[in-house]
Design a protein around this ligand. Structure first.
Ligand SMILES: C[S@@+](CC[C@H](N)C(=O)[O-])C[C@H]1O[C@@H](n2cnc3c(N)ncnc32)[C@H](O)[C@@H]1O
Length: 361
């Protein structure tokens, strides 16, 4: 039942976003009583949990706020310069639900929840630095390899510019110090390689089942609307990454991971480290596509040479051996050397992150 799915989503954000939590709990109550939320959600009555109808509802309201169409509600949204008043939030939301029922229903109906988290650039940056140094060492090169970065499940492609970001860790800044995007890494420890090395990305490409075109206002609003509006730090990170994407566009191709990867990996490239990267994607990939992806990677790994090496770098939730709990882990495999490391683990959004390299079997 829809109201239960709203309450389920509300539980998920209770400790993270009082604003979204209040909206979802109130909307669930309104659904039970057959109020205006029922009309906004018409057509979504039989949605499954995975379609997260509550978050689509909250995203649709947020989108109207960001478009500047509902000032009476925007006053509660920090992303629009407001401050939440949880006692009056739902009354103001009700006004919007009544005045914009059709637009909201169309938004809920036409959008899938989609995110692209630029905080994950921080583990990516450290992982790439580690990979280029290790691969160079194995090849007997004095300098690190330049990188060809291939991202599966890239969403809006906001993690295809890891070399264009300034990474702050304590009183140190790594990466591109002139970047308008300064990312607080929240690192505990550090990758055990020279981070002052200039990471060079000679080619970047990404694919996604549903790519978001962040060169358009519609694409930027789409990703922005799914940020919980009282998580201002995530909002600022996303806006900085969107601004950077404007200066340095990288299109994301619409394709399923395996077919795209097979095409990209068909030709090994010499004097370049090819890195296949994915973050928080694996759980959405079908078993058939997972098997195909593994086979394509194994095939490319068999063709890797010291001067045309291949790396798999992933940031995904995995059950930890130690306590059986899920953690977001950064894993690295390198071919032809066979090096396999768990570089560390961290928060789901990539920050904070603890560097703690261990063998990974
Ligand atoms: C939670 S988002 C993560 C996006 C991005 N990797 C990040 O870390 O911000 C998961 C993304 O994976 C994409 N996706 C899921 N299955 C896929 C597949 N088989 N091939 C390509 N993309 C896929 C979704 O469309 C979505 O954009």
């Amino acid at each position: 039942m829809l109201a239960e799915l709203f309450l389920d989503a509300a539980r998920g954000c209770r400790d993270h976003s009082p604003l979204t939590h209040t909206l979802l709990v109130s909307a669930a109550d309104d659904l039970v009583r057959g109020g205006i939320t029922t009309q906004v959600m018409a057509g979504a009555e039989y949605d499954r949990k995975g379609a997260v109808p509550g978050l689509r509802f909250a995203g649709a309201l947020h989108r109207l706020v960001l478009e500047g169409r509902v000032p009476g509600l925007a006053k509660h949204y920090p992303t629009a310069g407001g401050r939440p008043d949880l006692d009056t939030l739902w009354d103001d939301a009700l006004t919007v639900l009544h005045e914009h029922t059709d637009d909201l229903r169309a938004l809920v109906d036409s959008t899938a929840v989609q995110t692209n988290e630029p905080g994950r650039n921080a583990p990516l940056f450290g992982g790439l630095q580690t990979a280029t140094h290790l691969a160079a060492g194995m090849a007997g090169r004095r300098t690190a390899f330049p990188v060809r970065l291939l991202e599966v499940g890239a969403s809006g492609g906001l993690n295809l510019r890891p070399h264009r970001i300034a990474y702050r860790s304590g009183d140190r800044v790594y990466g591109d110090r002139s970047s308008p995007f300064v990312l607080d890494t929240g690192w505990v420890g550090c990758p055990s390689v020279d981070l002052s090395h200039n990471l060079r990305l000679v080619r970047r490409a990404g694919c996604d089942l549903n790519p978001v075109d962040v060169s358009t206002e519609d694409g930027r609003l789409h990703l922005s609307s799914f940020i919980w509006a009282d998580q201002t730090w995530r909002w600022e990170r996303l806006q900085a990454a969107l601004d950077l994407a404007r200066l340095d566009p990288v299109p994301v191709q619409q394709a399923t991971g395996p077919e795209w990867l097979a095409d990209q990996l068909a030709r090994p490239e010499r004097d370049v480290l090819t890195v296949v990267w994915h973050s928080v994607v694996w759980q959405y990939v079908s078993p058939a596509d997972r098997a195909m992806g593994r086979a394509i990677l194994a095939d490319a790994a068999a063709r890797a040479t010291p001067m045309a090496p291949l790396a798999l770098l992933v940031f995904e939730p995995r059950r930890a051996h130690e306590d059986g709990r899920y953690r977001f882990q950064l894993l690295l495999k390198l071919w032809p050397s066979g090096i396999s490391l768990r570089l560390g683990s961290g928060g789901g959004h990539g920050v904070p992150f603890t560097w703690d390299p261990q063998p990974w079997n």
